[in-house]
Design a protein around this ligand. Structure first.
Ligand code: M6R
Length: 364
């Protein structure tokens, strides 16, 4: 049931504050500001490496996880898309554990990668939304998301719930490995608890985003740029747009711009820059200057400080609430989803069932 929404995708975008909260409540005691006990087949403190594999949007959630595990927990992460992972004959060290991310828990390539790791004798964990799925059954431990059934083929709420789980695992790993202080740990828990509220505030930008989407619906190509965790998020924004609106979109690391894609920039090319005011903000601003100098139309997604300090004239600036670094990818996912959604609505595509796509890819 779509309730009073036009499409499941719209409904699922709007459910996010609630389902993120529901998901986090499994891992965190909001009131006590502490972790809930987890049944773990491996000890984060003793791991040498974490290997992550998944497909599509779930892979991009894993890629954001790599930044978190490495930065917070000093835990090296290897990550690959499952269709490559399964055939690469990867040597897996005994001190490694594997983490798989899948909404459905049935994706053929991800499942094959999981089985590869099992055979190699390392611990297998999975972040899945469907508790009765094959991946859940075949894992040593399941870290569930509580997104509820996701009907729209384009993943929205499952993605942000995956991020919520992975962020809390990374913070937990950091605490276990002693790479953060007790105070820092408490601060991370507080930040996670704040994610549902900030996601709710992001939804309030709907009107403005609809206006920007109206512009996007006129073009054939869009470039998305970001650095750090906003690089995978830029790829997710691009994936969402191409899936539902059929507009060609690419997500790039902002620093790669001058290594090729800058050749595409002209007055007809919208460039969506995902750049909260963080440690790499100034670097991203210099990439925006490169775009602006070539007449590219910049659509900047940032916070108040970023909007004030971006010394570049953007065509549109979408301003999100101040968001702690850890949960920024969760909150910034929402305007990207809404942008894709409204663009598709303007284009008149079949938003919930885009052509050529299936919700669950159970063949390779
Ligand atoms: O069920 P899974 O999470 O394993 O699915 C993985 C991908 O097929 C999925 O994320 C796909 O990329 C979505 N259509 C993205 O919106």
């Amino acid at each position: 049931d779509k309730g009073n929404h036009r499409h499941f995708m719209e409904k699922e975008i709007h459910e996010q504050p609630e389902v993120i909260s529901h998901t986090l409540a499994h891992y965190l005691d909001f009131a006590g500001g502490s972790w809930r006990p987890l049944d773990m087949p491996f000890d984060f403190a003793k791991l040498d490496r974490l290997t992550i594999s998944a497909c599509g949007t779930a892979y991009l959630a894993g890629l954001i996880g790599k930044y978190w595990f490495e930065r917070l927990a000093r835990l090296p992460v290897d990550i690959d898309i499952a269709s490559e992972f399964r055939y690469r004959d990867i040597p897996l060290a005994k001190g490694a554990a594997a983490l798989f991310v899948s909404q459905s828990g049935e994706t053929a390539d991800t499942l094959a990668s999981l089985r590869y790791c099992r055979k190699a004798g390392i611990s297998v964990a999975s972040v899945v939304n469907v508790r009765e799925s094959t991946m859940a059954r075949e894992s040593d431990v399941v870290f569930p998301t509580f997104a509820g059934p996701e009907i729209g083929v384009a993943s929205t709420k499952a993605f942000t719930c995956q991020l919520a789980v992975i962020a809390s695992l990374a913070a937990r790993a950091a605490a276990a490995r002693g790479t953060i202080t007790r105070e820092e740990e408490k601060a991370l828990i507080r930040q996670l608890c704040d994610a549902p509220r900030l996601a709710g505030q992001a939804l309030e930008l709907q009107r403005h985003i609809e206006k920007v989407a109206h512009e996007l619906a006129q073009v054939r190509h869009v470039l998305y740029l970001g650095r750090d965790t906003n690089y995978p998020l830029a790829m997710e924004g691009a994936l969402k747009l191409k899936e539902v609106s059929y507009i060609h979109a690419e997500g790039y690391a902002a620093g790669e711009l001058k290594h090729g894609p800058i050749a595409l920039i002209d007055e007809t090319m919208p460039v969506i820059v995902v750049a909260p005011h963080n440690r790499v903000f100034e670097k991203t601003v210099s990439n925006m200057q490169e775009v602006a100098a070539r007449g590219g139309k910049i659509i900047l997604i940032t916070d108040g400080k970023g909007a004030a300090q971006a010394s570049v004239k953007a065509f549109e600036t979408i301003v999100l609430p101040d968001t702690p670094d850890l949960i920024a990818p969760i909150v910034y996912a929402l305007p990207l989803q809404m942008l894709a959604y409204f663009t598709a609505v303007f284009m008149g595509t079949d938003v919930d069932q885009p052509r050529n796509l299936a919700k669950s890819v159970t063949v390779e």
